[in-house]
Design a protein around this ligand. Structure first.
Ligand code: AQP
Length: 335
């Protein structure tokens, strides 16, 4: 496909501002966004309505939202190339989510792995929003006639549900109601694991601060966290499922450098875990440090961020309201 043809295709993705972003969010999503921003019609946003599916401190949520947008720009997203906005500033997301809720089934939502994981941590009172989270995500995607959604592997199941919902509604109300999107999962870095429990995904809301490298961590904190990363018994550096801690560090290196895991493993012949940890720490510092410094600077530029978001929200509402109108008309809802 040539570049101008691809530019007609819509790429859309988002991150929850539920805490500071991690290198998982960067290597699984953000890096890919930056790479493709000139090739596609891109829409990137902060999904703060998703973030309240677990309790948030209001002041923190507001600040993390600005911080997330500052991080997108610091990572290399150019507001003149991609539309940047915040989900709560585009009310069409919540409106379409209600409609899609009426066409989603309890059974399919109960099968979502993320719901199973997060509801276990929610205690006795599981918020309904945690259950219908993937429906809001489907709304986010379908409002913009999205072709491609760059996400980490953890979100693939939600994109499949979005496709099912779009096809179900198109069968009922006309093939051209919703565009059916495709996931775009990076070959490496699709799933960065926790540094403390390498069989679980690195998550920004993990209560153990040593489990994740945040994009706001100092160079010292990064080095300490990676040196303390749980590795496995033995000493051989190999790409082996029985060594998830080692495999995770190799994946991080590969996602940052673009080198294959096999090539990295070969370079460690005869070396120890300490070498692998030291090198990984330095690579992460090199990747995170400039990003952090620029995000810190932009985070203070509140007027600039608000201007970017106001423009983004206006553009997003123009596009989203067209899809929502189409949907209301087909269903028979007065508008
Ligand atoms: N560990 C990861 N490895 C690769 N990709 C990841 N992503 C998240 N964690 C990893 C990708 O980042 C994007 C944004 O994710 P999100 O914030 O919308 O939701 P999430 O997947 O639930 O991310 P977290 O960090 O685990 O958030 P919390 O802790 O708030 O639930 C997605 O593209 C995701 O694939």
């Amino acid at each position: 496909m040539t570049a101008p043809q691809r530019k007609n295709q819509v790429m859309l993705s988002a991150v929850q501002p539920s805490n500071k972003l991690t290198i998982g969010n960067y290597l699984g999503a953000l890096k890919n966004w930056v790479h493709h921003q000139n090739d596609f019609d891109c829409w990137f946003f902060a999904v703060n309505l998703h973030a309240i599916t677990v309790r948030q401190d209001p002041k923190e949520l507001r600040e993390q939202t600005y911080r997330a947008v500052a991080t997108y720009i610091a990572a290399g997203i150019q507001p003149e190339n991609a539309t940047l906005f915040v989900q709560s500033q585009v009310p069409e997301h919540a409106e379409l989510a209600w409609i899609l809720n009426c066409y989603s089934y309890m059974g399919e939502l109960s099968r979502m792995t993320q719901f199973k994981d997060k509801s276990q941590k929610a205690g006795e009172n599981i918020p309904v929003g945690l259950f219908t989270y993937p429906v809001l995500m489907a709304s986010d995607i379908l409002l913009y006639d999205t072709d491609l959604v760059p996400v980490g592997a953890d979100q693939k199941q939600h994109i499949e549900l979005t496709r099912d919902l779009a096809i179900r509604m198109n069968n009922l109300y006309g093939e051209d109601l919703f565009k059916v999107p495709q996931p775009m999962i990076p070959p490496v870095g699709a799933k960065i694991m926790s540094l403390q429990e390498p069989t679980a995904k690195m998550s920004k809301s993990d209560p153990d601060p040593n489990a994740s490298v945040f994009l706001s961590d100092s160079d010292d904190q990064i080095r300490k966290k990676i040196k303390r990363a749980v590795t496995d018994s033995g000493s051989e550096i190999a790409d082996d499922d029985s060594k998830p801690g080692v495999k995770n560090l190799l994946t991080i290196q590969s996602a940052i450098t673009g080198k294959s895991i096999a090539e990295i493993v070969t370079s460690y012949t005869g070396k120890q875990y300490g070498h692998l940890k030291g090198d990984t720490a330095e690579l992460v510092v090199q990747a995170v440090s400039p990003l952090r410094n620029e995000a810190d600077r932009l985070y203070q530029e509140r007027q600039f961020l608000e201007q970017v978001l106001a423009q983004g929200a206006q553009k997003a509402r123009e596009r989203a309201s067209q899809t929502l109108k189409r949907c209301y008309d087909r269903i028979g809802l007065l508008r």
